[in-house]
Design a protein around this ligand. Structure first.
Ligand SMILES: [Zn+2]
Length: 200
């Protein structure tokens, strides 16, 4: 079965648009509000190439069906370090399925999910190169937690990055824009994805 990132939904629905629009003013994981809330966040991958698939309804790249995409796909070269967006606790290691090797990290009211990772995942352990992390482990902001791979359902190396706030999926691009407003990081530019393959 083809996987289109919606497997990660776990039955939860995205926030209503109005709530999503309010996100930029919402508290960050540290509880602060306003611009400062996002100052400490880290862009989740090194070697940024481009955004290849946005959050929301989309035409599936293979079968053309319209389905929701609960995350943001960020293209990066194979093996690029994946950085922990915000300090938190590793709550789940995913293995197999459309996500491939994946990590779920909880930071207060937020959960951030990383898919298609290199290395190996099994039980409660994820390993890639010098990285070895376990469920229950506390992870620092910016810590290298994984490397970009092609596990799961994907046709090119990218990080699928999902973000939930109190159980509801958010558009990660909005969080990246809020981070960009707090300090100078590259903000998402949608509409002209690079020609580096089709991603799921
Ligand atoms: Zn995706």
């Amino acid at each position: 079965m083809l996987w289109d990132c919606s497997d990660l939904a776990h039955g939860r629905r995205p926030l209503a648009l109005a709530l999503v629009l309010a996100l930029v003013g919402a508290p960050g994981p540290a509880g602060a509000s306003g611009r400062e809330a996002w100052l400490r966040a880290t862009f989740p991958v090194e070697g940024f190439v481009g955004y290849t698939s946005a959050f929301g309804l989309r035409f599936h790249p293979v079968d053309g069906g319209v389905r929701p995409h609960y995350g943001l796909d960020i293209a990066a070269p194979l093996g690029s370090p994946v950085r922990n967006w915000w300090s938190g606790v590793l709550v789940e290691v995913l293995a197999g399925g459309g996500c491939g090797n994946g990590l779920v990290i909880r930071s207060g009211d937020y959960e951030h999910t990383y898919c298609h990772l290199a290395g190996s995942a099994g039980g409660s352990t994820y390993k890639s190169g010098s990285v070895q992390i376990e469920v229950g482990q506390r992870l620092r902001t910016g810590q290298t937690i994984a490397h970009v791979g092609m596990t799961g359902s994907t046709t090119g190396p990218h990080l699928h990055w999902g973000l939930r706030y109190r159980g509801a999926w958010l558009d990660p691009a909005r969080v990246l824009r809020a981070m960009a407003a707090s300090r100078r990081v590259q903000a998402p530019r949608m509409g002209s994805p690079p020609k580096v393959g089709s991603f799921q």
